[in-house]
Design a protein around this ligand. Structure first.
Ligand SMILES: [Zn+2]
Length: 427
């Protein structure tokens, strides 16, 4: 039943003005349910916890303002897709990782470490974009900031570090990134680092977290920075849940029961996240949602790996020549056909079944993945997720939670835990 709540006239006018006009229902969609989904989506506070748009901003000089013909998002399409808040990834690739400090302590020469510098450049890239469009977007660091931005009709930009090597093994750097506004950190990327193991490297180095890793988690709790366990090994995941005093998130991971990739979480991990009060933010990457897609891509992968090595040797990664060579390679060996949107929706529904509707959200990985399912081609199509969740029988309150309510609850709880620990000295 529809609840009628009396609202001031100006508020209603504002809300209606902020809602883009209803586009025609996509082929095969029920027109009435689509109308309901559209209204629900654009009145909900929608949060995505992972996009790699910052990499485009930094490496390609990407302008986030006007509508772009490539990539998954820009401010125009973000408005159309009703995306209120985005955690922009401060992504530090494994190649920046070095262990200067560790090796120097052992009296060795050490590998130059470019991790913190890269993270700072990423932050600068995002802050420059925010400064360029102050009436359209705003940097947010608290739940209150995000809610205010939504009321003002401005897109909320938040920052999460991806790759714990960004802090170069120093709690001082972790604290400085918090000062700069970073509000989550993915403890690893594809590499083991000074304090935690990744799911992408064998053999394990620490079998989870070492003593420094435990201090990193506790210091993040004290600061009010969300601990992100996407990308970490299963042992690291378990260690974090033992140590943390606040809820944690998987900022961009899907379900291993439906797609066997190590980046995804098992049902036991989903239940553990539920118990912790955390949330699993479902990743859209074709390779994380569909085993069949990965199987179809196997012959291509072998070919591409061979040519890729030659390109990497010939050109500097990220340079214009390098990008052109990679694009030519993609044209020569095209990616397999993407799976349909239904494959992605299955992950949302599975996670809701196993962890509960309070522990699932959106972590698209837009602008960071080579393929997304057909029907969710860019940020403008986010309302289709709302439609599909309603169609699957999730009630409106539940859909609002998945769209962003759950993540904001975690963030609020992390803020409360930090406030309760305010008297503890820094580690
Ligand atoms: Zn990632």
């Amino acid at each position: 039943m529809l609840k009628v709540v009396a609202l001031p006239v100006w508020f209603t006018a504002l809300a209606l003005a902020a809602q883009p006009p209803l586009p025609p229902a996509p082929a095969g969609y029920d027109a009435e349910l689509w109308r309901r989904a559209w209204q629900l989506h654009h009145s909900a506070l929608v949060v995505d916890t992972h996009s790699d748009t910052t990499t485009r901003i930094l490496d390609e000089g990407f302008d986030i303002g006007p509508r772009a013909t490539s990539g998954h998002m820009d401010l125009v399409r973000i408005g159309e897709g009703g995306l209120d808040a985005q955690f922009y990834s401060i992504y530090v690739a494994a190649k920046y990782y070095g262990e200067e400090t560790f090796e120097r302590r052992r009296g060795e020469r050490g590998t130059p470490n470019g991790s913190a510098r890269r993270a700072l450049a990423m932050i600068d890239g995002l802050l420059r974009s925010v400064a360029r469009y102050p009436e359209k977007m705003v940097l947010c660091t608290t739940v209150a900031d995000v809610e205010r931005a939504q009321r003002e009709g401005r897109h909320a930009a938040l920052m999460g570090i991806e790759g714990g090597h960004a802090i170069e093994g120093e709690l001082a750097l972790l604290r400085m990134f918090h000062v700069l506004g970073v509000r989550y950190m993915t403890l690893t990327h594809t590499n083991h680092n000074e304090f935690a193991d990744s799911c992408a490297e064998t053999p394990p180095r620490w079998n989870g977290l070492n003593e420094l890793g435990e201090r990193v988690v506790l210091e993040m709790n004290r600061l009010g920075m969300i601990v992100d366990v996407s990308h970490v090994s299963d042992a690291t995941f378990a260690a974090v849940l033992r140590v943390t005093r606040a809820p944690v998130i998987c900022s961009h991971s899907s379900c291993r029961a439906l797609c066997g990739h190590a980046r995804n979480v098992t049902d036991d991990m989903l239940r553990a996240l539920g118990k912790n009060g955390g949330v699993c933010q479902i990743n859209f990457n074709c390779g994380f949602v569909d085993d069949d897609y990965n199987k179809r891509g196997e012959p291509r992968r072998a070919q591409v790996a061979l040519h890729r090595k030659a390109i990497d040797e010939k050109f500097t990664e990220g340079s214009k020549e390098w990008r052109e060579a990679i694009e030519a390679l993609d044209r020569r060996f095209p990616l397999p056909e993407p799976p349909p949107l239904a494959r992605l929706i299955a992950h949302f529904l599975h996670a809701i079944r196993v962890a509960g509707v309070d522990h699932v959200g959106i972590g698209s990985d837009f602008d960071g993945v080579p393929c997304v399912p057909r029907g969710i081609d860019d940020v403008t199509q986010l309302p289709r997720i709302t439609y599909e969740l309603l169609r699957a029988g999730i009630d409106e309150a539940g859909v609002r939670k998945v769209l962003g309510g759950n993540l904001l609850r975690v963030m609020r709880r992390v803020e409360e835990v930090a406030a309760s620990l305010a008297k503890e000295p820094p580690r």
